[in-house]
Write a protein that binds this ligand. Structure first.
Ligand code: CUA
Length: 321
């Protein structure tokens, strides 16, 4: 919030800081007067009550007009910041109309983010890339983002990039996401959405346009064929036999479930369980062994896997770069 990396974030941050400064001045003024008066008119032996002041017209006009003026200035600046931090109205409504009328892929928003209990589906309709819990952005480009929900209401907020936006089932909303400085920007769900609301974290990863493009290319590639032997081969088989494939998709295999995150390039992601733990083989094993310890209430069930099965699945999933 104090460290914006986009024009949209800057517009909001400026209004926030100005409001904070005005509030600080008013607080100092009021607190200072209270202290001054309390000291000056404190009770002393033999003191008489000070004369109260009634009907001071000019003073009353000043303390009515002053706050009204401050609020009017803040209103104007807030409306201006709203305009700067929202996608252009024409842009969003034109695209929404396209969506309603069965549009061409090229008319789609750049990114679609879908809130689930308790993770984020991230789709790039143009290149056909699907990932989860991280939003890659090319630096310096305004990306139009459509936000949706698969279940209850969520809210996408990455403070350094700009405004938050509610994700409502059946009511797509639009925001722009832009990052002018490469980096990783943390965000979170900011609408209470159930028991694991607090563990619904997201990160925006801003890279140079070239790096973004090569990321996009890598994500489009189908998963490598499952290894012929070893632990990973066992894992690939388990993945198809256990219930994994009814919830997860792996591009290029029979797995095409949509209830859980797409795992096509799981090993290339920074975190597991929607930002809760770093994506390491050890953490992946712990997660598979019992997701309910790491994220109680998660819809990822405890499959009662043996240690050997966990090792096989980890070996297989680590090949999905
Ligand atoms: Cu999703 Cu709170």
């Amino acid at each position: 919030m104090f460290n914006p990396v986009s024009p949209q974030g800057l517009a909001i941050s400026n209004v926030f800081i100005l409001t904070l400064l005005i509030a600080a001045v008013i607080f100092a003024l009021v607190a200072g007067l209270v202290i001054y008066i309390a000291v000056k008119y404190r009770g002393r032996p033999g003191a008489v009550d000070p004369e109260p002041n009634f009907g001071h017209t000019r003073l009353e006009m000043a303390w009515t007009a002053g706050p009204a003026l401050i609020l009017a200035v803040l209103l104007v600046l807030t409306i201006k910041a709203m305009g700067e931090s929202d996608p252009a109205a024409s842009d969003a409504s034109a695209r929404a109309a396209n969506v309603a009328s069965g549009q061409q892929a090229s008319d789609q928003p750049d990114i679609v983010v879908i809130g689930h209990q308790w993770w984020w589906e991230v789709r790039y309709p143009g290149p056909g890339v699907v990932t989860a819990n991280e939003i890659y952005l090319p630096t310096g480009k305004r990306m139009l983002v459509r936000v949706e929900s698969a279940d209850v209401n969520h809210d996408l907020w990455i403070p350094q990039l700009g405004r938050k936006m509610d994700m409502i089932a059946g009511q797509p909303n639009y925001i722009t996401l832009e990052a002018d400085v490469p980096g990783v920007y943390l965000g979170a769900c900011s609408e209470y959405c159930g028991v694991e609301h607090g563990k619904m974290l997201i990160r925006a990863i801003a890279e140079s346009p070239q790096a973004f493009q090569s990321w996009e290319q890598e994500q489009k590639v189908a998963a490598p064929a499952p290894p012929a032997g070893g632990n990973a081969a066992v894992g690939a088989q388990l993945f198809a036999q256990k219930t994994c494939i009814s919830c997860h998709a792996i591009n290029g295999t029979a797995a095409n479930g949509r209830a859980g995150p797409d795992l096509s390039h799981l090993a290339s992601r920074q975190t597991l369980a929607s930002g809760v733990i770093p994506n390491t083989p050890k953490n992946l094993a712990d997660w598979l062994k019992n997701p309910q310890i790491i994220k109680p209430g998660s819809y990822m069930p405890n499959l009662q896997l043996t240690d050997g099965e966990v090792q096989g699945l980890v070996a297989y999933l680590e090949t999905l770069k």
